[in-house]
Design a protein around this ligand. Sequence first.
Ligand SMILES: *[C@@H]1O[C@H](CO)[C@@H](O)[C@H](O)[C@H]1NC(C)=O
Ligand SMILES: *[C@@H]1O[C@H](CO)[C@@H](O)[C@H](O)[C@H]1NC(C)=O
Ligand SMILES: *[C@@H]1O[C@H](CO)[C@@H](O)[C@H](O)[C@H]1NC(C)=O
Ligand SMILES: *[C@@H]1O[C@H](CO)[C@@H](O)[C@H](O)[C@H]1NC(C)=O
Ligand SMILES: *[C@@H]1O[C@H](CO)[C@@H](O)[C@H](O)[C@H]1NC(C)=O
Ligand SMILES: *[C@@H]1O[C@H](CO)[C@@H](O)[C@H](O)[C@H]1NC(C)=O
Ligand SMILES: *[C@@H]1O[C@H](CO)[C@@H](O)[C@H](O)[C@H]1NC(C)=O
Ligand SMILES: *[C@@H]1O[C@H](CO)[C@@H](O)[C@H](O)[C@H]1NC(C)=O
Length: 742
Amino acid sequence: MKTLYILLLVIFVTKGTNGESDEISKIIKPSTDEKTQQQAALNVIRRLIHEKADNVAIKVNFKLPVNYFKIRKTNNSEILRIEASSGVAACKAFHYYLKHYCNAHVSWDGYQLSTLNEFPIVNVEMKASSQIIYYQNVCTHSYSFSFWKWTDWQRHIDWIALSGITLTLAPFQEDVWLDVFKEYGMTNDEIGQHFAGVGFFAWQRMGNIRGWGGPLSENFIKFASDLQTQIIKASNDLGISVALQAFDGHLPVHFRTIFPNASFSITTKWNNFPDQYCCPLFIEPIDPLFKEIGEKFLKTMIKKYGTNHIYFSDPYNEVLPAKANANYIRNVSQSIYSAMSAVDESAIWLLQGWFLVNSGAYWVPSLTKALLTAVPQGKILVLDLQSEQHPQYNRTNFFYGQPFIWCMLHNFGGTSGMHGSIRLMNEEIPQAAKQVNSTMIGVGITPEGINQNYVVYEFTLEKAWEFKEINHKHWIKRYANNRYGFESNNIQHGWLHLLKSVYAFESFENIRGKYVYCRRPSLRLNPWKWYDGKYVRKALKKFLNAATNESNSLNNLFERDLVDLTRQLLQIKAEEIYPSIVKSFKQKNLKQLTTSSNMFLDLLNDLDYLLETHNDFLLGKFLKSAKEMAFDDAERKQFEFNARNQITLWGPNGQIVDYATKQWNGMFKGYFIPRWQLFIEQLKNSLQTNVPFNQSKFQQDVFNQVELPFNEESTEYPTEAKGNPVEKAHELFLKWRNITIN
Ligand SMILES: *[C@@H]1O[C@H](CO)[C@@H](O)[C@H](O)[C@H]1NC(C)=O
Ligand SMILES: *[C@@H]1O[C@H](CO)[C@@H](O)[C@H](O)[C@H]1NC(C)=O
Ligand SMILES: *[C@@H]1O[C@H](CO)[C@@H](O)[C@H](O)[C@H]1NC(C)=O
Ligand SMILES: *[C@@H]1O[C@H](CO)[C@@H](O)[C@H](O)[C@H]1NC(C)=O
Ligand SMILES: *[C@@H]1O[C@H](CO)[C@@H](O)[C@H](O)[C@H]1NC(C)=O
Ligand SMILES: *[C@@H]1O[C@H](CO)[C@@H](O)[C@H](O)[C@H]1NC(C)=O
Ligand SMILES: *[C@@H]1O[C@H](CO)[C@@H](O)[C@H](O)[C@H]1NC(C)=O
Ligand SMILES: *[C@@H]1O[C@H](CO)[C@@H](O)[C@H](O)[C@H]1NC(C)=O
C-alpha cells in the first residue's frame, strides 16, 4: 500500500498563474493575520484528533505562494510540521497527510480515524492548481443548512477547511434587509408579508416568491445574525473568504407605495405561486434608486460583518432583463457593479452563470458579452455553475475574458439517489484549464443540497487542488479503503461496479432525484436510468461479502453506504415493478394489478425499515432539528411546517411538488405509501366499477387526504436508528435481488 502512495506523490506539475488571477486572490481575502490563522488551523486539527494534535506544529506564512503547503517529519520522535500559505491550506495539508499517509478519511458523513496511529515520516509539498476553491450554491443553505445550529456549522467549517475550500457564501441577510426596510418606513406587517420562512430564504432572496412559510420572528433574525457573525469569524480566522450578498434588484411589493415613480417591473410568476406569495418587485438596475438601495444595503452588511471584498448578485437568475439590447445590458451591468464599488472600491462581483443555462436561448453572445465586459477585467468572477453537464465556458469564449470557476452542481433539491460523472470530470477539468485563452482560475462545488453521494464531492475537491487527470479506478479503491478503514478486494470491486454504473453518468438528461416512488403517483411516469442495474446488485453483493468477512471492523460509514446501496437496489426494483402496475391496469387484469401493487407496496414498506437502521436517513431527525430551532410553540409548528413542506409539496398547493424529495425513513410510511395506496385503490376501483380512472380527481384526493395532512400534522418519527443495518441489508438483498416481473 505505502509504496503505491509514495508513487502517487511524485510532485505535481502545477499550472503557472497569470498576473490577473493572482490579483484576484490578493483582493479576495480576509484580513486575519498569520498567528490567528495558525491557531485556528490547529484548533480544527485538535477537534479532529484531540490530544494527538500535540505532535503537530503549524506555521502560516503569507509570503508563500497562494494555496501552498509543505509537510515534513524526519524521524519517529519528531513533530509533524506543516508550513502553509494560510490556515485553510494548513488544514488541507493535514487532511492530505491523513488521506495519503495514514489511510484516514474525513467527510460530511463522518470520519474514519481508526487507522491513525503514529505519524509516519513525510516530506511533501503542494501548490494548488486553483487560485480559488469554491463551495455553495445560493440554494444550499435552504436545502441543507436551514435548521443548523452553531455546533453543526462548526463541524462543517472544519470540513470546509480540511477540504481546502477558500471561498464560500454568507448564509444570512434578513437582518440587514430588516434594517433597510425599516429605514424606508415599512411596518412590521408589510415586512412580514415579504420575508419567506426559514425553509425558503433562497427563493425569496432571488425574487421567485415572497412570504411563503413566513413571517420571521425578530428572535430568529437576531439568532441568524449572531450565527452569521460566528460563521464568518470562524471562516475568516482560517483564511477562508466569505462572499456577502449585494443588492440584485428584488424588493417588497410595498416599495411601489414608497416610490410610486421608480421604474419597477413585476417579476414573472414562478411555478404558479398564487399572488399572495409571488411576484415581488424588481427595480431596474439603471434607475437611480437601485444605486441608493444597493449602497445602503451593502454598507449595512459590511458594517455588521466586515468584508473580504467579494459580493454575490444574481439579478437574472430566473428573471429576464427588460430589454434585449446590448447597450441597455451594458448599462445594467455597470449599475450593479457601481453599487458595489461605490461602497468598496476593491469590490469583486461574484456571478452565478446559471442564467446562461436556464435562459440560454435569450442570452445570445452579444448580450452575454455586454453583461460580462461592462465591468473592468478581473472585477467579475463567474461561477460556471454546472460545468460537468452544461458548461458555458465553451460557448462564451471563456466568459469573454473574465475569470471563472469550473463548478460541479451535481444535486438539485438535496434529493437522494446515487449518481455522478467521475470519469468525465477527471478528463474535463484539466482540459478546461489548459485550453488556449482559458480564464479558469479554480474549481468549485455548487450543489443545491448536500448529504448524498459524498464520493463525487471528495473527488471534485481533490481535483480542485490538482487538476491533472488521474487513474480514477485507483482513486476509488483508495477512497474505499480509507473510508471504511480496512482494505478489502470485495469492497474495491464493489466500488468499481459503481464507478462504471451510477457514477458514470455522461449525458444530457437532467437528473432531479424524482424516482418513481418519490413522485405523485400517475400512470404516466417514465422510469429511466443510464446504467445497467446489475452492477448495483453486484456491488451490493460485494459489500455484503465484505460485511461477513470484516464483521468486527465495520464502521458507521460502511453501514451508511451499505444502507444507501441497498436503497439504490430497491429503487431500481421499484422502477421495474411499476410498469407492470400500469400494464395490468390497462389490460384490466385485476388479479395481476393486485399482485404487482402488493409487491410494490411491500417494497416501499421494506425501505422504511431499511432506512431506519441508519441515522443519516431519518425524517425524524430532520423534523427534530427544525423544531429545536424555534423560540416558542407557535414557531415550532411553523418551522416543522416549513421543513415538511419543503420536502413534499414545496408551496401551498404543490407548486414544485417533490422537487426536494427525500428517501428517508418516515417518508415512506408517512407519505409515499399512503399516496400509492390511494392510487392503487382508485385503479382497482376503476376496474371493479368500470368507471375510468380520473387522474385529476386522484390528484385532488391525494392532495387533500395525504399530502396536505402530512404537511400540517406533527406525528413524530424515529430520531435514533434502530435495528442492524447489515442484517437488514442482507435480508432485503436476498428477498429482492431476483425479483423480475413482466
Ligand atoms: C529527529 O529529528 C530532529 C529534528 O530533525 C532531531 O533534532 C532529532 O535529533 C532527531 N532524533 C533522532 C532520534 O534521530
Ligand atoms: C411622481 O411623478 C408625478 C408626475 O410626474 C409627480 O407629480 C409626483 O410628485 C412624483 N412623486 C414622487 C413621490 O416623486
Ligand atoms: C446607457 O447609458 C447611457 C449613459 O447613461 C445613456 O446615454 C444610454 O441611453 C443608455 N442606453 C440604454 C439602451 O439604456
Ligand atoms: C460545450 O461542451 C458541451 C459539453 O461537453 C458540448 O455539448 C457543446 O457542444 C460544447 N459547445 C461548444 C460551443 O463547444
Ligand atoms: C486567444 O485570444 C487571442 C487574443 O484575444 C486571439 O487572437 C486568439 O484567436 C485566441 N485563440 C483562440 C484559440 O481562441
Ligand atoms: C476474507 O478476507 C480474507 C483476508 O483478507 C481474504 O483472503 C478472503 O478472500 C476474504 N473472503 C471473502 C469472502 O471476501
Ligand atoms: C375528473 O375529475 C375532475 C376533478 O374532480 C372533474 O372536474 C372532471 O370532470 C373529472 N373528469 C371526468 C371525465 O370525470
Ligand atoms: C438469484 O440470483 C443469483 C444471481 O444474482 C443466483 O445466483 C441465484 O441462484 C438466484 N436465486 C434464485 C432463487 O433464483
